[in-house]
Design a protein around this ligand. Structure first.
Ligand code: ADP
Length: 261
């Protein structure tokens, strides 16, 4: 039996994934996998389904067809006697604790302080003691350059600071998988570099598996092991960042990159 730490088992695996919103089929027959410690960036035009992929992994959207596996375990459905059967809420919750997400719009709890935002899930989901979670939160705030903001409320902070808190909150869960959804798109240009540098450091110093959606192509080039180009809910090309950014083989990829670079 493969174990969650078996390096041969993909950390994320999509098998024949379909996602529709009503009649709109956004993803169809999507198959890909991400290895442990791999950092994969999804690029492609707006509306091609990139954010939907991250939201499916985070179980924020309902999967309408196919299977997603995390560490080899079914995240939403398993096949049983030829049928597609939903996994139990308990199984899903257990897998969910291994996944962290940082959103474009920060999504911090506005009624809690910065510290409370960070310790909430470690205490209530992982069962850490308040002292342990608080000590870790302070060290993460140090790491993201906000050691003196623990007692402030998110809305008193700038966008860049809120996003740094959101990164600290995601890291507080020690996730195996970190999902980054256009994390700099809502920020003022002058703070984008700071936030990306924090994430570069996370990439350099941890083995966390990352699935990234970004328009920041130099960041994608620096941190990704693999880039997947989407169009119309399908992967039309994938490869190393060097290959995709310098020598793409598909005309559509060339067009997209010439518009964004
Ligand atoms: P991308 O991240 O590549 O810009 P998205 O994953 O956000 O693309 O969206 C893909 C498609 O799914 C778009 O056509 C979008 O309108 C549709 N979509 C996304 N979320 C919803 C939703 N909650 N309800 C209906 N349609 C949605």
């Amino acid at each position: 039996m493969p174990t969650p730490t078996d390096p041969e088992v993909p950390v994320i695996e999509f098998v024949d994934v379909e996602k529709r919103f009503g009649d709109n089929i956004v993803l169809k027959d999507l198959n890909f996998s991400v290895r442990r410690g791999e950092r994969v960036t999804l690029i492609g035009p707006s509306g091609s389904g990139k954010t939907t992929i991250l939201r499916l992994v985070m179980t924020l959207e309902e999967l309408t067809g196919g299977y997603i596996f995390v560490d080899g375990e079914p995240l939403t459905h398993r096949e049983k006697d030829g049928k597609r059967v939903a996994v139990s809420p308990k199984e899903q919750k257990k897998l969910r604790t291994r996944i962290g997400m940082v959103f474009q719009q920060f999504n911090l709890f506005p009624n809690m302080t910065v510290l409370e935002n960070i310790v909430e899930a470690p205490i209530h989901v992982l069962g850490q003691s308040k002292a342990e979670a608080t000590a870790k939160a302070h060290s993460l705030l140090e790491q993201v350059g906000l050691p003196d903001k623990a007692d402030q409320h998110p809305l008193s902070l700038s966008g860049g600071q809120q996003q740094r808190v959101a990164i600290a909150r995601a890291l507080a869960m020690d996730p195996e998988i970190l999902l980054l959804d256009e994390v700099t798109s809502a920020l003022d240009p002058e703070v984008v570099g700071d936030v990306l540098n924090i994430l570069r450091k996370v990439a350099d110093t941890t083995n966390v598996t990352m699935l990234i959606v970004t328009h920041e192509m130099s960041f994608a080039r620096d941190v990704s092991h693999k880039v997947m180009m989407f169009d119309g809910g399908r992967v039309i090309e994938e490869g190393s960042p060097e290959k995709i950014f310098s020598d793409p083989s598909q005309e559509r990829t060339k067009q997209f990159l010439s518009a964004v670079l």
